[in-house]
Design a protein around this ligand. Sequence first.
Ligand code: ATP
Ligand code: MG
Length: 248
Amino acid sequence: MSPAGARGRLDVNIKQKSFRAASGGKLHVLGELVFSLRSGELAALVGPSGCGKTTLLRIVAGLDRDFDGHVAIPAHGTLAMVFQEPRLLPWRTVEQNVRLAAPRASDAGLEMLFQTLGLEAHRDHYPGELSLGLARRVALARAFAVKPDLLLLDEPFVSLDDALAARLREELAELVNRRPVTTLLVTHNVEEAIGLADRLLLLSIGPARIVADVAVARPRAAHTPAELAALRHEIARRLNQPFSRENL
Ligand SMILES: Nc1ncnc2c1ncn2[C@@H]1O[C@H](COP(=O)(O)OP(=O)(O)OP(=O)(O)O)[C@@H](O)[C@H]1O
Ligand SMILES: [Mg+2]
């Protein structure tokens, strides 16, 4: 990883990534993965469970440097990541968790975030007192408080009930509309991907490759049932197809 990219731009050029298996063998998790995001662009990574999505995000975040290839993150290199599980510090309150991650955040900025995410009443609560949905909101607040140039979201709404997930999606959409940020969002939920993303990057089973790069005409806007059905059909078709260059 290097912060050498143009302002706001993400360039991913991974040749391959393997893990050493406990048995001594090699597990080839990522194949060749090459894509770029423009400044402020939000791409959803959609792919089967275990295909390497979290591995890819960890590489982009610089948490895993043991891969062949190169990743250039946006010029100023401030990034925030929301993990599959909220990962809050249990001995710190909600507000302290957010302030520790973003010491330069203004009181007004935090106020706005807590309001948008419905966390005002929970500022002084400890993570052990929060439901999973609330903890996920805190993880989102912490990520946005940093004002990142690059936002990495790993299934941020998984295992929430449909209504809450829908509300949090709207809140995320509001946050990125207010302050566009180059974002990679991992999701299994096609509606979520279509509703939030400018682009869908569809991944194959491991070793993961991009089988299709689908533009979403009107992200973060209501799609008609017919448009949704057409996109769903397109995604199903692409994910069932073996990788080929023509699909890119
Ligand atoms: N540290 C590790 N050591 C060995 N193998 C690993 C390690 N981390 C992940 N793997 C393996 O790499 C593959 C990809 O894992 P990864 O967590 O990236 O998948 P994923 O697409 O995020 O899955 P999910 O959708 O279930 O979250 C899996 O087979 C996993 O078992
Ligand atoms: Mg994962």
